[in-house]
Design a protein around this ligand. Structure first.
Ligand code: ADP
Ligand code: MG
Length: 323
């Protein structure tokens, strides 16, 4: 589903760019030697809930920090809400709220003060500030006047989300936001971010958890070792994941398999083992087991394996190298 069709999101409108973020040929080399991003091109349409997925060290934070203006790119073009970050740095910065991976908070400010200071930095007039409303959304209203240093890791993370939202940016970027946030509050955080997205905020989220990305994101881009290896709608990506392998040990000595099993893709691995790859979405494991029993075979053991993120990275990166 296109996020622009979500209820409440601006479907069209003068002054709204089609793309929230446009990245072309982005490369980052740290200290002249360490290549963290290699020629990344990526377009994030307005209104999307976009996931940037990759293992630790892939380059996710580097990319986010370039968007945030915290890291200087080596080469390439980055445009945020139609503002080139080199030519229109101020407007680019105003269009984006970034929740960094590091919990960098001033320990002596209360959440209320932290938000007021942030709002001041962005020039938000006092009358337009929504400090308490934002704190409520992130579940910190009762901590409004507590010192930030007394907040738990999860509360600090949520305070950073609140800070990123004070200037009501059309784009919210969250770098590994659930690290250290417990399950209940994670849900609350996601409810808030989902609501923002439903109202039209473009959300970019980095994570190394496939499950988190698949649950939340309309589109997922995968980076690995600084290279973009996939960028597609979540449903398309998940179809690639719709594959399980099943290994069955049987008491019988196998010489050949009946057609009912070969039709399901079964193969003999050794005299007592059958291997089979199947798609859980269209083949029920029960159907396979019934076919095995109907063939007169007796199962002694069975193992299944799912394709996991590591497998996809491997598949995608090896495919990329071949292609
Ligand atoms: P991710 O957020 O996906 O875990 P990062 O963007 O933090 O990845 O890091 C990408 C690569 O760049 C890693 O190999 C990391 O060690 C390296 N890196 C990150 N920051 C710096 C830095 N300031 N100086 C040198 N190398 C860095
Ligand atoms: Mg990171």
């Amino acid at each position: 589903m296109s996020a622009t069709a979500k209820s409440g999101a601006p479907v069209s409108g003068a002054g709204f760019p089609d793309n929230a973020i446009e990245i072309e040929g982005l490369t980052k080399i740290y200290g002249g030697t360490k290549t963290a991003l290699k020629d990344i091109s990526l377009t994030i349409p307005r209104g999307r809930f976009f996931g940037l997925l990759g293992p630790n060290g892939a380059g996710k934070s580097t990319l986010i920090n370039i968007l945030a203006g915290l890291v200087k790119k080596t080469s390439g073009r980055v445009s945020i809400w139609d503002n080139d970050v080199d030519r229109d740095e101020r407007n680019a910065r105003c269009a984006i709220g970034v929740v960094p991976q590091e919990l960098n908070l001033d320990p002596f400010f209360s959440p209320r003060e932290a938000l007021e200071v942030q709002a001041g930095m962005y020039g938000v007039p006092k009358a337009e500030r929504r400090t308490m409303e934002i704190l409520e959304h992130v579940g910190l209203a009762d901590k409004a006047d507590a010192y930030s240093r007394t907040l738990s890791g999860g509360m600090r993370r949520r305070l950073l989300v609140a800070k990123a939202m004070v200037h009501t940016p059309p784009i919210l970027v969250l770098d590994e936001p659930t690290a250290g946030v417990d399950i209940e509050l994670r849900k609350q955080l996601w409810d808030y971010v989902r609501t923002l997205n439903a109202r039209g905020t473009t959300v970019v989220l980095t994570t190394h958890y496939l499950e988190e990305a698949q649950e939340l994101c309309d589109d997922i881009a995968i980076i690995n070792e600084g290279t973009l290896v996939a960028c597609e709608p979540t449903a398309t990506l998940l179809r690639r994941l719709d594959s399980k392998s099943l290994s069955l040990r049987v008491t019988d000595s196998l010489e050949s398999l009946p057609p009912s099993l070969t039709a399901l893709g079964a193969e003999i691995r050794d005299a007592h083992t059958i291997n089979l790859c199947y798609r859980p979405s269209d083949t029920q494991i029960d159907r396979i087991l019934t076919a095995v029993r109907e063939a007169g075979l007796t199962i002694v053991d069975l193992t299944t394996e799912e394709t996991d993120l590591e497998d996809i990275f491997l598949q995608l990166t090896s495919k990329k190298r071949v292609g």
